[in-house]
Design a protein around this ligand. Structure first.
Ligand code: ADP
Length: 498
């Protein structure tokens, strides 16, 4: 009987289920979007029950598509949108409030206050993170403080907290298992990445009762089995990891110094830093890549706010292209950008510049500049931003990065990746299967249930589709990077009041 490993990929806008066979190849996919709620400017919420219902329904659909039964599924691995915060009643399973999504800025004033109290260093030392509404802790505090009666119920031990993987595992096991994995725990701003415990001092500061927190477990181990009523049989749940860490695992970045970048709406670079956390001096986050067999592997993470989103801007606001794919052949109509640079600092600049007041800029326009130059320069802006973060990573980790593995929607663009290799001066490698996020979860679960033997076997399944190597000279590269840096400097502080 043919067996499969199942990945639940619970993303920010949709849930997917992918079934992989023993060769690590995709056998079936189902996907369904769920609703986003924007109750106020800057606020983002989702209905946790809808996340669960859509995730379960795509699992059923993926199985039906290839006509298999639950007995043919060796195990389930979960990867998820990180930091999104859910609180629910441990008896009824009813959420006390909508899920507060990672993008939600409702606690910005409070984190500004924490900053003003000079607590940034204190949090960074413990959690590896900067103080920001992005992470779960202040979202959880907001629910406890703002939803009537919730603080008291939590203190009485009636409520549970979880990020999305915790919620899905709890639902799948009908409330029998309340766990989170190391990678997701490390994004909550409550987890001490050195002691590998929930940090009691942080919990005290936020008045968060520890009885509502999940047990922290490895990213690959059998947490429990699904209740028979859901998929027709009990299935082992054997893996969990946050989406970016899962992609790092899916790219088989198992060795210290291995790096991947995901080109989605934003960009996410992660570097495996081995068994020691590396503190960043360049605005990167220190986080946990995964915990395997009780041993934790750390990562450095740098995010780019606007990556593929700049291509959406070309399409939806500028109407220069009809589809994201068109950006490639349109950009190829010119041999270079003609000295033009687009800095897509639409929402400020992240690492290593950290200027929330920076705004988008186009510089170097001449009488001969046309839309193809602008399109090409927008594509190139993704490459320069990746280079900026990668240089910061090299400086922090004090090592040289030898190659970059890539995935995400925009990684289909050959020109983008060729220019990436040119700017970085290292090979850029795109795998055959770019569903690396789901693959990571499938690998983690597969290791736990014996579907895959070990990491070496997994590494042998990973195949390159295309390796892009640098073709420009050192002089050309230096000139391009200097031009970009000058362009970035023109975008600084634009939105500052005075
Ligand atoms: P997310 O997971 O963040 O929703 P995806 O990984 O699905 O993102 O990638 C979608 C992003 O990639 C969009 O911002 C889109 O503009 C960009 N994109 C998709 N295809 C291409 C392409 N061929 N060239 C450049 N950008 C692309």
């Amino acid at each position: 009987m043919q067996k499969y490993i199942c990945a639940f990929d619970s993303g920010t806008t949709s849930n997917r289920c992918i079934l992989f066979d023993e060769k690590g190849e995709i056998a079936s996919v189902a996907q369904k979007e769920f609703r986003q709620y924007y109750p106020k400017p800057g606020w983002v919420e989702q209905d946790a029950n809808e996340i669960w219902a859509t995730q379960l329904s795509v699992a059923v659909e993926a199985m039906q598509k290839i006509n298999i039964t639950a007995n043919q599924i060796a195990g389930i691995g979960i990867t998820n949108q990180r930091e999104t915060t859910i609180v629910w009643d441990r008896e009824t399973g009813e959420p006390v409030y909508h899920a507060i999504v990672w993008q939600c800025r409702r606690t910005a004033e409070y984190t500004d206050y924490l900053d003003s109290q000079h607590l940034t260093g204190w949090f960074k030392e413990k959690t590896g993170l900067i103080v920001d509404p992005y992470f779960s802790a202040t979202k959880l505090k907001w629910i406890l403080d703002s939803v009537p009666g919730v603080k008291e119920r939590a203190k009485r031990g009636e409520l549970l907290f979880g990020t999305v993987e915790t919620w899905l595992i709890w639902k799948l096991t009908r409330g029998r298992v309340h766990v989170t994995d190391y990678s997701n725990a490390s994004r909550t701003m409550m987890f001490n990445i050195h002691t590998l415990q929930w940090d009691q001092e942080i919990l005290d500061m936020f008045d968060i009762p520890s009885c509502m927190l999940p047990k922290v477990v490895n990213c690959s181990e059998i947490y429990g089995v699904t209740d028979k009523s859901f998929l027709g049989a009990e299935i082992s749940i054997g893996g969990a990891a946050g989406d970016q860490q899962s992609a790092l695992f899916g790219q088989t970045c198992f060795e210290k110094g291995d790096v991947k970048n995901t080109y989605g709406t934003g960009g996410f670079l992660l570097m495996n830093t081995g068994d020691k956390p590396v503190e960043s001096k360049n605005g990167l986050l220190t986080t946990i890549a995964w915990g395997l067999d009780g041993k934790v592997t750390y990562a450095l993470e740098g995010s780019i706010f606007i990556a593929g989103a700049a291509i959406q801007w070309l399409r939806d606001e500028m109407h220069l292209i009809d589809s994201a794919e068109d950006s490639e052949y349109m950009a190829k109509k010119v041999k270079d950008t003609g000295g033009c640079f687009v800095v897509p600092a639409f929402t400020g600049l992240g690492a290593p510049y950290w200027d929330p007041y920076a705004r988008g800029t186009i510089v170097g326009i001449t009488r001969g500049t046309n839309k193809y130059h602008i399109i090409r320069a927008t594509l190139e802006s993704m490459d320069y931003q990746v280079n900026d973060v990668l240089q910061a990573m090299q400086a922090d980790a004090e090592c040289k990065i030898h190659e970059l593995k890539v995935d995400g929607g925009a990684s289909k663009n050959d020109l983008l990746l060729q220019m990436q290799s040119d700017i970085l001066n290292i090979p850029v490698i795109r795998p055959k299967c770019v569903e690396t996020t789901a693959m990571g979860a499938a690998y983690l679960a597969g290791l736990a249930v014996g579907f895959f033997k070990n990491k070496e076997q997994i590494a042998s399944l990973w195949e390159a589709d295309h390796i892009f190597t640098p073709v420009i000279t050192e002089e050309q590269r230096a000139k391009k990077i200097a031009g970009w840096q000058k362009a970035v400097s023109y975008s600084y502080s634009w939105a500052r009041e005075n």
